[in-house]
Design a protein around this ligand. Structure first.
Ligand code: G3I
Length: 351
């Protein structure tokens, strides 16, 4: 084969693979009318490859931490909107949507709140004020909020927490009543925002996802403002048995009339010496594809988000004390992994 023939063959391969047109996740997601996003940290936007990859591949972003109480409310009096505003500005500059995360959670709360010895009445006013001020600040800039995050234990019971009963907001012992109250304050604060409940280990049908389903069914039956459910999809076990019933779970939520967002997908791999082996990367890609297909086949699944996008910045190694890592579609050098290719194929097929 002459050099010229080789060039033509390579060009043909590129065209057939779509690579030469630079097809990206974002392009396919836009064609499919689906949001594809990633959690981001404002401080990392200074890193050119971080910023360029985020803007090129995603049409949505969320704040990994910048909009949580611990970051946005350093003292009772002061709201620090600057980091969140930087994310919003970046998103607007790149025509991306912004998902808000999160207005009430048992974790990442500032010390003054956790140790403030406030009465339930004071906690109620603090939460109402927080939801109202934050949502009004981001009104028209954040299209959806995880209003309440992770209230259920694995058995479906409501976890003890600063917002439930330690000391709570005056609805201790009344199960999901405090979630209802937070959602009502959120609707009043920004009637145009989509209001979500977000949780982990709720991909398939299990006691925890049953509790989410029961809460949403009750809320919808009583006109409590809830527009969607966030399914985090932190997959820490490559067996991923729970995924066997993900379609049924998505379908029963959709039947309640709410949207579903996959909100925090990552698939941790065992941290061996050096790079993960080909088999682990292949299995990881299969799980990414599985979840993407389940979402993209469900019309009410309208957003698909990973928790970060490069292995360079992920919570997994810290959380697993080094046992797991490399959970995301791009490696630490921003090179596409088999998981990226699996997502691209799932979104390409969907368009
Ligand atoms: O910014 C401070 C830094 O100034 C300080 O030096 C450093 C050492 O203490 O801490 C830094 O804050 C850390 C923050 O991440 C930013 O890196 C917090 O300690 C650390 O607790 C926080 O962890 C985050 C965790 O939520 C708790 O909020 C993770 O990054 C974040 O990925 C994780 O995300 C959660 C979702 O919000 C909800 N679903 C589960 C998911 C994983 O836990």
């Amino acid at each position: 084969m002459t050099f010229k023939q080789t060039l033509w063959a390579a060009a043909l391969l590129l065209i057939l693979s779509g690579a030469c047109f630079g097809q990206t996740l974002r392009e396919y997601a836009d064609r499919a009318g689906v949001l594809v996003g990633a959690a981001a940290e404002p401080r990392l936007l200074e890193e050119p490859e971080y910023a360029s990859t985020l803007a090129r591949e995603f049409n949505m972003l969320t704040a990994e931490n910048a909009l949580k109480w611990g970051a946005i409310r350093p003292t009772r009096e002061r709201f620090n909107f600057e980091p969140g505003d930087r994310l919003v500005a970046f998103a607007r500059a790149h025509k991306m949507k912004v998902r808000g995360h999160c207005l009430a959670w048992s974790e990442y709360n500032p010390r003054w709140l956790e140790k403030g010895s406030f009465t339930p009445e004071q906690m109620s006013e603090l939460l109402r004020e927080h939801i109202t001020k934050v949502m009004r600040h981001y009104r028209g800039k954040v299209f959806a909020w995880d209003v309440v995050n992770e209230i259920f234990l694995a058995d479906g019971s409501v976890e003890s927490s600063v917002w439930y009963d330690q000391p709570g907001i005056g609805l201790k012992g009344k199960g999901t009543a405090y979630v209802e109250q937070a959602l009502r304050w959120a609707r009043a604060a920004d009637p145009d925002a989509q209001l979500f409940y977000n949780d982990y280990d709720t991909e398939g049908i299990n006691p925890k996802s049953d509790a989410v389903y029961a809460m949403v069914k009750d809320f919808r039956s009583r006109g409590v403002p809830i527009d969607g459910v966030g399914i985090q999809a932190h997959i820490v076990d490559l067996e991923a048995k729970d995924l066997a019933t993900i379609e049924q779970n998505l379908a029963r939520l959709a039947a309640l009339g709410v949207q579903i967002h996959i909100t925090e997908l990552d698939v941790g791999l065992p941290s061996g010496a050096g790079q993960p082996d080909a088999a682990a990367l292949k299995r990881q890609a299969e799980i990414y594809r599985r979840i993407a297909d389940a979402c993209l086949r469900q019309p009410k699944c309208t957003a698909f988000q990973t928790w970060g996008f490069t292995d360079k910045y992920t919570w997994i190694p810290g959380y697993t004390k080094g046992a797991k890592g490399a959970p995301l579609p791009f490696d630490a050098a921003y090179k596409k992994k088999p998981a990226y290719d699996a997502l691209l194929e799932a979104f390409r097929r969907r368009r």
